[in-house]
Design a protein around this ligand. Sequence first.
Ligand code: MTE
Length: 339
Amino acid sequence: MTAFHIPPPWRLPEREATAEDVYLNRRQVLRALGLGTLALSVPQLACARQSDGRSAAAPAADEAAMVKPALGSSYADRFPAPRNPAYALGDDRTVTPEALSARYNNFYEFTTTKQKVWELAQGYAVEPWTVEVRGLVKKPRTLDLDDLLGRFPLEERLYRFRCVERWAAQMPWTGYPLRLLIDYLEPLSSARYVRFVTALDRDGMPGIKEQPWYPWPYFEGLRLDEARHELALVVVGSYGHALPMQHGAPWRVIVPWKYGYKSPKSIAAIEFTKKRPGTFWNQLQPREYGFYSNVDPRKPHPRWSQRWETDIGTQKTRETLLYNGYAEQVADLYSGDEV
Ligand code: MTE
């Protein structure tokens, strides 16, 4: 199969590119905050149009369902975790309302329509969940939910998030440094990379059957020193509770200085390798998606400048920051030539 048969993520209907459902959701949020009339007078809201058949005034119950943790009440006592103040957003950014970030997702295993991921992913069973650990590791084994959610202290961090599609958000993630998990797994000294593989469930994840041209399961990889960086996070929760399915329950990895596709969801296998592993998007379109994929305003995507980004919360456009604003922490990892 050649890459030409693949409908790539940038070929979005215009309604998705302008994220009008985000406006609709924003309308609900503003109304709930009592800011409705004033805030609704801004022009972008005035031209908001329904695109997915849902009522603009969706009932609150709908929203509660949208953010429901996939784990139900299991591990609920581990949330909310204390916030680590070392990870702040900076004065110019605010946390994206959960009603927006939980309804604007990329999770192709369910669908490529961002606004519909949460509905299609709802009720997906994540208990029991196992993670196969393989490759260059002292002891290949299988992890369970207790290993993932019960072994390490949890903390909350506010992170910037940047998708290659040029939208951005700021989210409170709950988890622990990926380094802790890696050290616990004891990779061999010959291991130089870590590879993550998402669950492959053809019956439970409708997007897999609907898009057979993709090389399922989704897979991603990091150099081991990147994965051990203090910013690389195992994420088991968002907004003070366990992850809802659309964000990649029961666990995912977040690498905030890279484009969002480097942050795989619902991981079912971890592999340690000597050779650099392939990645889902790099395998499909190597000229467009590099292995490193660090956020970099100076390196345009072949069809888009990456100089600007739009915040899905405020709808404001701002300049993209090198390494998504984390240059001080991560620049030492790179020579600058990585793609
Ligand atoms: N992981 C899997 N398994 N499948 C996906 O389609 N999409 C990636 C990434 N991880 C994706 C994935 C992309 S392109 C982005 S931008 C982020 O998840 C989106 O994360 P969010 O929906 O939680 O904001």
